[in-house]
Design a protein around this ligand. Sequence first.
Ligand SMILES: CC(C)(COP(=O)(O)OP(=O)(O)OC[C@H]1O[C@@H](n2cnc3c(N)ncnc32)[C@H](O)[C@@H]1OP(=O)(O)O)[C@@H](O)C(=O)NCCC(=O)NCCS
Length: 192
Amino acid sequence: MIHFDGTRALETDRLILRKMCLDDTQSVFDHWLSDERVSDHRVSPAHKTVVDTKMRMEKIVNGYDSNEFYYWGIVLKDGNDLIGEIDLYNFDPSTGNCEVSYSIGYDWWNKGYGTETLKAVVEFAFIHMNVHKLSAVHNTDHPASGRIMEKAGMKQEGVIRHMTRNAKGEFKDCAVYGMLREDYVGQKGGDT
Ligand SMILES: CC(C)(COP(=O)(O)OP(=O)(O)OC[C@H]1O[C@@H](n2cnc3c(N)ncnc32)[C@H](O)[C@@H]1OP(=O)(O)O)[C@@H](O)C(=O)NCCC(=O)NCCS
């Protein structure tokens, strides 16, 4: 059974993962949500105005009222920039499974931050929350996302053709990745 006690701050070598707040709105808009280089790999379109972002941020901040809401802003320890977001969602009480999704602002790509973030949330999901299985999906034309899943210990389970359609109307083939709690414990040598 999943242990739900809400979003809490996590720390890695270079990052703090923390709850988001309304004061983050402009950074979220500027750093990734308004940027098609990021949104082209997601289902939701890039935001055209910061008002769109403010409405989304209000939903996130209200979401923290629930212990079953897990949504982190990713902050650089060095300089305090908010560089991205990661969330756990689609919790299934019958299986104990859930999904993870994430975005990092384009200016910070390929510096290892995505991997560092995902590893921290994978550990939190399996060890703290007792999630049974974690899944994620990425567009096959954006292999960097699959790479960070692999580096976090997830395995590709298949490719689903035309699984999604982006805001530009383009169909996307998606690779589905998964990891069981027992995989995670096995990789850690059973010391969890
Ligand atoms: C996926 C994403 C979070 C990666 O973040 P990141 O901070 O750049 O990730 P990292 O730097 O930790 O790792 C990127 C890896 O991809 C690799 N990579 C980059 N471009 C690549 C490409 N075109 N083909 C194959 N691998 C690629 C990098 O070399 C690196 O792997 P390495 O460490 O083995 O060299 C970021 O690209 C992003 O926000 N994308 C848009 C949103 C998205 O796709 N979300 C996933 C859907 S849930």
